[in-house]
Design a protein around this ligand. Structure first.
Ligand code: FAD
Length: 383
């Protein structure tokens, strides 16, 4: 089990593509299976988290394989949060005392493309788009995929599930009795909106992560290289105070004019965006084990531990998984039977912790960042 022929990585999102790069660097052959067509040739999915914030945790993983510069070329540093109260006026809260530390707004598809390019360029990596995993036998190391050309079977002594929050690999593990999974969904969902560039420039300060804390709801905005901002509105999915309550253009306009009054003048397409873009679900994946004991099969990234996005740490945490798995392989001289349990032991507690913190941070972001008590506490911190 120490030098497997070909490792199967299921899911060529952020985690799977990065993982393929790391495994190729170790000299492994990698078959990377992705259910979608090549995302570099399409338009992307409307309303699905267009950008994300990468912090030092994620950058470290890119730096180790020489990708930091390429990815950072399209990144925008955000050195604090800019609070937008209903009453107007802005409040900038720096992330560090001297304002020198920043998180970075990065386009999801550009990041995925950079990772896929790197994986494809690595010796030994083959990417199979249009392959949706539908079956797995972990004892036999056998996989089944549905493809546009029909059913395809593959073998691999090591199978790594990097197929996201709704992981089919995890479902197969659960069906075999190896793991117990639960997904705890929030009542809140999210919808993406856009503030376009204004007169060729940014309509808001691009050096900040913008937050509109409104108690039961919240909106954030991150800058993009084309000088637009992608806004994400978090609100209950159902009920009289939530997305479902705004049933037409007039209701949408009225709501934003009263609750987010500085936004409509900056976003001419706001009503259309609101009515056309889908409401995404948010949840935390709880999985008691990340591997099939005694078999070369494990989960990584969102497949193991999807979290709510309020700390902006899901992808960062997934990238740390990859670095840790690589470290475990080094420490065990490439023995997968020892490396996988070690990886699970070292990462699971950390992932559980950031999952809890992300839920707690939702309360802070939508309520506390605007409260007088919070501001006093910050002043004391920075005194
Ligand atoms: P995914 O990105 O979900 O990729 C999984 C891949 O597997 C996909 O390509 C999918 O097509 C493929 N796949 C799925 N099923 C199959 C199958 N059966 N067979 C083959 N392939 C399959 N994180 C941050 O670090 N910072 C942020 O600011 C941030 N903001 C976020 C904002 C929102 C609104 C959301 C929802 C998430 C945010 N995240 C953020 C979290 C981040 O998006 C995820 O943690 C990250 O995408 C996880 O990457 P992944 O590759 O593990 O999973």
């Amino acid at each position: 089990m120490s030098t497997p022929q070909e490792i199967a990585v299921v899911g060529a999102g952020l985690t799977g593509s990065l993982l393929a790069c790391y495994l190729a660097r170790r000299g492994h052959k990698v078959a990377l299976y992705e259910r979608r067509p090549d995302p570099r040739t399409g338009d992307g999915e409307r309303g699905r988290s267009i950008n994300l914030a990468l912090s030092e945790r994620g950058l470290d993983a890119l730096r180790r394989i020489g990708l930091e510069r390429r990815v950072m070329a399209g990144a925008l540093p955000m050195s604090g949060r800019m609070i937008h109260p209903v009453a107007g006026g802005l409040d900038f809260q720096p992330y560090s005392r001297d304002g020198g530390k920043a998180i970075h707004s990065i386009g999801r598809s550009a990041l995925n493309a950079a990772l896929l390019d790197a994986a494809e360029a690595a010796p030994g990596v083959r990417v199979h788009f249009g392959h949706r995993l539908t079956g797995a036998d972990f004892a036999a190391g056998a996989l089944r995929f549905e493809t546009p050309g029909g059913t395809v079977h593959a073998d691999a002594p090591v199978i790594l599930g990097a197929d996201g929050a709704g992981s089919a690999v995890r479902a197969q593990m659960a069906a075999s009795g190896a793991v117990r999974e639960k997904v705890a969904f929030l009542d809140h969902g999210y919808k993406e909106l856009t503030i376009p560039a204004a007169g060729g420039g940014f309509a808001l300060d691009p050096g900040a992560l913008h937050i509109w804390p409104r108690g039961g709801s919240m909106m954030i905005a991150l800058p993009n290289p084309d000088r637009s901002f992608t806004c994400t509105l978090f609100w209950p999915r159902d009920g009289a105070s939530g997305f479902a309550a705004l049933d037409g253009p007039a209701a949408v306009e009225r709501h934003f004019r009263t609750r987010y009054p500085d936004v409509p003048p900056l976003s001419p397409g706001l009503v259309d965006d609101y009515l056309r873009n889908p409401v995404g679900r948010l949840g935390t994946v709880h999985c008691d084990r990340w591997l099939v004991p005694g078999r070369g099969a494990a989960l990584i990234g969102d497949a193991a531990h999807a979290i709510v996005p309020f700390y902006g740490q899901g992808a960062n945490c997934a990238f740390e998984d990859v670095v840790e798995l690589d470290r475990c392989l080094t420490e065990t001289a490439g023995r997968w039977d020892r490396a996988l349990p070690l990886y699970e032991e070292r990462r699971k507690g950390n992932a559980d912790a950031i999952g809890r913190m992300a839920l707690e941070n939702f309360t802070e972001m939508r309520e506390k960042v605007a409260s007088p008590a919070f501001k006093l506490a910050r002043k004391a911190d920075h005194a």
